[in-house]
Design a protein around this ligand. Structure first.
Ligand code: FMN
Length: 361
């Protein structure tokens, strides 16, 4: 089985180990009890768009920038997403975060993913983003300790009243679809079905289920049964996520869960071609692979795009060089060299050398 690239938790923050929320959040939950009940009959008419195929790119911190998204789109991704963006920072019009929210028409339809627990900022951010984006995805799956300590990300899986209020406020404030990216729940408290229904009742147009618990972070197997349970419980489209790495696993997820779409995360890192591979497999059952030469070409295309879009950095070029050449035969020493070098010219030379000695990977 193909190995995923080694990754830290998104945002390079440690994944939550012990579960607990600050007591003032729990107080707020009590105050908001009535909200959940009053919103439970709320129905929203904004439908999730029909996409050109079933295979979508997952939001990934430091990976799904505009250049990478354009390449995934060119290789046939049905939908692409920004990485997790702080709604607080967007509402404050923080330049660094607004730069991460740059988009262009080549990648349409396009999703902006946001997180926060501050409703005013969430709504303001969504209003800013709706001018350029087609869908707003609200993250309640991020397992980073820092984000959970703020009461946002995966903490909202436990804050049902607050979550209901956020999704309802978002849905009535913008005219584009709102999706919610959830996890299975916490260990000992798997509540994906309950959370998905709550989001649907409050106006979400689709649900993305990353079928791992918060404590699992990115390790262990995703439990696809949770995706099936959610699919059986809601009427809005369900997007399954977790452990899809090729055409066969995509097909199996669709067959086993009945999900409407499949979202691919780590298997797309350094490998935007995966969207072509999976779509081809779903159509013809044929397995198509890239040659080492084609992968090197893709790496340079990625770099060219980052330069054109003014998002090039040596640090990213180096990291991506390792991702795009992962598994190349005979290039171990050269790949090790990549870690030490400091300029783009040196990176380019080493990547070309890797390409010249590897005809397969
Ligand atoms: C490097 C990295 C960054 C990620 N960043 C985000 C993010 O910004 N927002 C989010 O919702 N999920 C994020 N995720 C989770 C993925 O979207 C996805 O849910 C997860 O990797 C499971 O899918 P997979 O098994 O196909 O990799 C990230 C995952 C990785 C590996």
């Amino acid at each position: 089985m193909k190995q995923f690239p080694k990754t830290k938790s998104p945002c390079n923050l440690p994944v939550l180990k012990s579960v607990g929320l600050p007591s003032d959040f729990l107080e707020q939950e009590k105050d908001n009890k009535s909200l959940l009940c009053s919103s439970s009959k709320y129905n929203r008419l904004v439908l999730f768009p029909k996409l050109k195929n079933k295979i979508l790119l997952a939001p990934m911190h430091n990976i799904t920038n505009l250049a990478f998204r354009i390449m995934c789109k060119e290789y046939g991704a049905g939908l692409v997403s920004t990485e997790l963006l702080s709604a607080n920072a967007i509402a404050r019009r923080n330049n660094a975060v607004l730069k991460l929210a740059l988009t262009n028409k080549k990648e349409k339809p396009i999703v902006a993913q946001i997180f926060s627990q501050n409703i005013e900022n969430i709504v303001n951010a969504a209003k800013i983003l709706e001018k350029d984006f087609d869908i707003i995805d609200f993250n309640i799956g991020c397992p980073s300790e820092k984000i959970i300590a703020q009461g946002s990300g995966a903490a909202l899986l436990k804050r049902k009243n607050k979550l209901a209020k956020i999704i309802k406020s978002l849905s009535i404030s913008v005219s584009i679809p709102i999706t919610v990216k959830i996890r299975s729940g916490f260990e000992g408290k798997i509540n994906a079905v309950e959370i998905a229904k709550l989001c649907e009742e409050n106006g979400a147009s689709a649900i993305i289920v990353h079928a791992r618990t918060v404590e699992q972070g990115y390790s262990g197997k995703a439990d696809w049964k949770i995706i099936k349970n959610v699919k059986d419980a809601v009427k809005i489209p369900v997007i399954g996520n977790g452990d899809v790495i090729d055409g066969l696993s995509a097909k199996q997820m669709i067959e086993q869960t009945g999900c409407d779409y499949v979202m691919v995360g780590r298997a797309a890192i350094g490998n935007p071609f995966i969207f072509k591979e999976i779509n081809e497999y779903l159509k013809t059952s044929k397995i198509i692979k890239q040659t080492a030469e084609e992968k090197i070409k893709d790496y340079f295309r990625y770099i060219k795009l980052t330069k054109e879009l003014d998002i090039f950095s040596v640090k990213d070029a180096k990291i991506q060089a390792q991702y795009f050449t992962k598994g190349f035969k005979g290039s171990k020493n050269l790949r090790r060299k990549l870690q030490k070098i400091k300029s783009w010219e040196e990176i380019e030379k080493v990547v070309r050398e890797i390409g010249s000695i590897s005809d397969e990977f």
